[in-house]
Design a protein around this ligand. Structure first.
Ligand SMILES: [Zn+2]
Length: 404
């Protein structure tokens, strides 16, 4: 690697310089950048706004048979906010810093999560076009807003639109995790966010007396039961060896008490008390059963229960009779990339796509890298980015050439 900057690196850095951080992401500027990329590469483009000022940019490379199901490559363009004072380099300057051994680090918010992936898609498509090959199926890149705030006004509404239906996707590639050692991972499922509030009402009175049937008395057994469950799950998780723990964190349901409220004054027994839990139910637990257990707990203790979200299960079964999934595996194996299946501990936009019956895997073809999403000094190695482009070039062409 030399000090001369490749055009693919410059384009990645230009994408990183667009300030798409919440709470005021520069979505229109970003859409303009992507449309200019499309014009430069020679792709068809369409910008839609299912929600005003939240553009979804759709780029298309038509295949030789547009009647077939297409391949969709998804990327969210928004990034999480920064605490600039903790950064060694300005988070939106996309500085390219020599490592001393011939490589470079590129520092920016979004370098990992997930503008690198969107950039790699576009560079892979450039390679495919430059090679002169014609793909069988239509290939789409979909750049969406708002993933970092749940995708409610992003992919969640986009999948309900006519534009999404017209994509006629047979398979979706989306956000994945970087491999921390020489292995790669791919995500086929996610835990289900199940946030819940229990509220108890009870007798009130002077703080100097033994009041019967107080709100907190009703709530304590609920808290104890949920925290007991948390302890069991924690033990289950901690019993895994450190190596497995990294890959299996999505296999265990996580529970955290994230809010307790009630009580206005120290000498008054509160009439109402509530507790909030953030629970991420793993696909290894039955979601309905788990929610019924929470409901049962509320009922027996005479407290109210309210679920803050109503997310459903999203799993793409690793079923090799699906020709796209089989090709995903074979294509990567051919170039000695054998990603390990993983349940994502968090949530990505792929869950919205899966609800439409489209199989979706999260895959980032970058390994030997610390995971720095959402942290200060987020960066990637330039060598990893360039290698990832090559992996995608093979994978994307193979997926778009899947035989009927
Ligand atoms: Zn992300």
């Amino acid at each position: 690697m030399t000090g001369i900057e490749l055009p693919s690196v410059t384009r990645f850095r230009n994408f990183l310089k667009i300030r798409t951080e919440h709470p005021n992401p520069a979505y229109h500027e970003c859409a303009e950048f992507l449309v200019n990329q499309a014009k430069d590469i020679g792709l068809e483009y369409n910008v839609v706004e299912p929600v005003k000022d939240k553009p979804v940019v759709i780029l298309k490379l038509p295949g030789t048979d547009s009647s077939l199901k297409s391949v969709m490559l998804s990327c969210h363009v928004d990034v999480v906010p920064v605490f600039e004072e903790f950064w060694t380099y300005p988070p939106f300057a996309a500085e390219r810093v020599p490592t001393g051994d011939g490589d470079f680090r590129i520092y920016a918010r979004g370098a990992q999560d997930m503008k690198i992936t969107g950039s790699m898609y576009l560079e892979a498509i450039r390679n495919i076009i430059a090679s002169g090959q014609k793909l069988k199926r239509d290939l789409y890149c979909v750049f969406a807003p708002d993933e970092e705030i749940g995708g409610i006004e992003g992919v969640k509404v986009f999948v309900e639109t006519e534009e999404f239906r017209k994509i006629n996707a047979g398979f979706d590639l989306d956000e994945g995790l970087l491999g921390i050692d020489d292995r790669y991972v791919f995500i086929y499922a996610e835990r289900t966010t199940t946030q819940v509030i229990f509220t108890a009402h009870g007798n009130t009175g002077h703080g100097s007396q033994f009041i019967e049937g107080t709100a907190i008395e009703k709530l304590l057994p609920v808290i104890n039961s949920v925290m007991e469950r948390r302890e069991q799950n924690k033990q289950q998780f901690m019993s895994l060896d450190a190596d497995t723990r990294l890959l299996k964190s999505g296999d265990v349901t996580s529970i955290n008490l994230t809010g307790l409220s009630g009580g206005k004054q120290a000498n008054v027994v509160p009439a109402t008390y509530s507790v909030t839990f953030d629970i991420r139910v793993s696909p290894s637990d039955d979601l309905d059963k788990f929610k019924n257990w929470l409901r049962e707990l509320a009922l027996t203790n005479q407290v109210e229960i309210e679920f803050l979200s109503n997310e459903c299960r999203t799993i793409t079964n690793i079923d090799r009779s699906d020709k796209f999934i089989d090709t995903f595996m074979n294509s990567l194996q051919r170039i000695n990339v054998n990603p390990i299946p993983m349940i994502c501990p968090g949530a990505t936009d792929a869950r919205h796509v899966r609800t439409k019956g489209v199989p979706a895997f999260g895959f980032c073809p970058v390994n030997n890298h610390p995971i720095l999403a959402h942290v200060h000094d987020e960066h990637v190695f330039e060598s990893g980015y360039l290698k990832g482009i090559d992996i995608y070039t093979t994978l994307i062409a193979d997926l778009a050439n899947v035989e009927e």
